[in-house]
Design a protein around this ligand. Structure first.
Ligand SMILES: [Fe+2]
Ligand SMILES: [Fe+2]
Length: 344
């Protein structure tokens, strides 16, 4: 039977290595070595006794790493860092496969691309934009479904895109079209992230809506970019789910397992879509609190969308972005607390 060491178990739980796909064995004698089923770079040994013969035997069997008492968090982590370095070649192969897959994702549809360029050009007419949207009737249906959801607070049902555009504005209609298009992109199994496609999409939509509000309140000159950034910030996960075999709970864990994280993969996809550089960079940095206020908006939107204490977090974000809490709180609260069941 596999030997258990309480100290090691506790550290594995703390470092989230418990179900990581790596195998840890406690060894005190030759019999313990004999009970190890697989010897490969995912097999790690905690050698609790000072015994040169045991050590030589383990080294000859080519385990992934050996650690000795006293056991510390740093020692366990360095074991991995050493191994990661030794496995650099493998990482390169995995990374290139991930990037190839990210680049093979469907391109941004022409209708969406045109809507983005038309709405960012002051000279575009209402008719031009509506005509473009109507070229994709499937998209029109999805847009109307979202327009009529409680998110936009319109009480009477709207059955035409023209009316929606009058009520909500062209930029919002473009954003809703983007959201509707993105829905199918998230159609994957997200079990490794302990979520599903609906909730993945909804999280992205919430981040997009909150980013949009932060962008408006911060008063940037070029508006409209952060909604797209919010919507696609976690898109890299769509690719990573095909490469992860075990649950991951942090961006560092992705990096440790695959050599690349979901923020970097999202950026690869957006690059392929020819999205502007600022949006790509905001997405790439969405887990870092950068000094740039534009990038920080996305970072904070992601935090607010996952918030467990909204009032406290909005206070904190208001302070850090130089915004008024009384302006921000009701907007974020409305977005987070709306009933979304009807349109997903
Ligand atoms: Fe993320
Ligand atoms: Fe996120």
């Amino acid at each position: 039977m596999k030997k258990i060491d309480k100290e090691l178990e506790a550290l594995l739980v703390e470092l989230k290595l418990k179900d990581s796909g790596y195998r840890f064995y406690v060894v005190d004698n030759h019999q313990d070595i004999a009970s190890i089923e697989v010897f490969d770079d995912k097999t790690f040994v905690y050698l609790r006794v000072k015994d040169k013969n045991l050590l030589l035997k383990l080294q000859a069997l080519k385990v992934g790493g050996i650690v000795f008492p006293p056991l510390t968090k740093e020692k366990l982590l360095s074991l991995f860092q050493n191994q990661n370095k030794a496995l650099d070649i493998d990482y390169d192969i995995i990374k290139s496969k991930i990037i190839a897959k990210a680049e093979s994702l469907p391109a941004l549809p022409t209708v969406i691309q045109k809507l983005i360029s038309l709405t960012s050009n002051d000279k575009s007419t209402f008719k031009e934009i509506i005509d473009e949207l109507k070229k994709d009737q499937g998209l029109v249906g999805k847009v109307l479904k979202i327009v009529n959801s409680p998110f936009y607070g319109i009480r009477k049902e709207i059955t035409s895109v023209e009316r929606s555009a009058v009520l909500l504005g062209m930029s919002t209609i473009k954003n809703i079209a983007l959201a509707a298009f993105s829905f199918d992109l998230f159609n994957k199994n997200f079990a490794v992230y302990e979520t599903d496609s609906k909730n993945m999409w909804l999280h992205s939509f919430l981040v997009a809506r909150i980013s949009e509000e932060l962008e408006n309140l911060c008063g940037f000159e070029d508006k409209g970019g952060l909604f797209l950034a919010g919507l696609m910030h976690d898109l890299g996960k769509v690719v990573l789910v095909d490469f992860l075999t075990n649950k991951v709970s942090s961006i560092d864990e992705e990096k440790r397992l695959l050599g690349i994280d979901h923020a970097e993969v999202s950026a690869v996809i957006l690059q392929k879509w020819n999205v502007n550089d600022k949006i790509i960079e905001a997405v790439e940095k969405h887990h870092l609190e950068s000094d740039d206020i534009f990038y920080r908006c996305l970072y904070f939107a992601n935090i607010l969308a996952n918030s467990e204490d909204l009032e406290k977090d909005v206070k904190d974000v208001s302070m850090k972005l130089g915004l008024n809490f009384a302006d921000l709180y009701p907007r974020v609260e409305m977005i987070i607390k709306s009933d979304y069941e009807e349109f997903i």
